[in-house]
Design a protein around this ligand. Structure first.
Ligand code: COA
Length: 177
């Protein structure tokens, strides 16, 4: 049976970081690291397990961002990945559902993520968001200042406790997920 649970970042154990690192590196071969995150530690993780073994992961950055004249709260979804042998069994969708349920319970306005392949996210109720976006460029524990670029259909949002994504430029008030 597939279970999903959340873990506060500083409470994760070494073996959990190691398993996340393994699944993450297998899933994102172009950006492998000897650590369980790419740019920055997330605030918490949602892990999918089968008989205690980790088979799926997503990180969450809980953040305020600005869109036009509105300040909105988001769960930014980072490094969603499922073990290669466990894909196409609904685990990715279960992880997104768990993130949505937590956002709903804790009054978070939107889920937000970056994706070049939209299939999983459209299936799970996400919509594309296009506008000028600013964010802090981070690479390998160094910041390279603020980027300001038009995002074309890579950013996707799902409304949770707000009904509509506001109009206007997006300031992520931090790094890009
Ligand atoms: C994307 C991913 C997390 C999906 O996990 P999963 O457990 O197989 O997801 P589900 O079983 O809930 O849904 C499967 C559906 O996801 C979609 N999908 C498959 N690969 C995908 C991808 N790389 N990105 C987006 N959607 C994808 C397909 O529509 C698939 O349905 P199909 O099997 O009928 O074609 C998994 O394929 C993965 O880890 N890929 C490598 C890492 C990655 O690309 N992560 C997304 C970063 S934005």
């Amino acid at each position: 049976m597939i279970e999903t649970n959340h873990f506060i970042e500083h409470e994760l154990e070494r073996h959990q970081h190691d398993e996340i690192t393994r699944i993450r590196n297998a899933s994102f071969p172009d950006c492998c690291h000897q650590r369980s995150y790419h740019k920055q530690l997330p605030h918490f993780r949602i892990l999918a397990t089968v008989a205690g073994d980790i088979v799926g992961h997503l990180g969450i950055d809980h953040r305020m961002i600005r869109v036009g004249d509105s300040a909105i709260s988001i769960f930014g979804i980072i490094d969603l990945c499922v073990d290669i042998d466990s894909r196409a069994q609904g685990i990715g969708s279960k992880l997104l559902t768990r993130a949505h349920d937590m956002a709903m319970r804790h009054n978070v306005d939107f889920l937000l993520l970056m994706a070049s392949d939209h299939r999983l996210y459209k299936k799970n109720g996400f919509l594309s968001v296009n506008d000028v976006c600013s964010w802090l460029r981070i690479d390998d524990h160094r910041n390279y200042g603020v980027a300001v670029e038009t995002i074309h259909a890579e950013m996707m949002a799902k409304a949770v406790n707000k009904s509509e994504w506001p109009n206007g430029p997006i300031d992520l008030l931090g790094y890009m997920f």
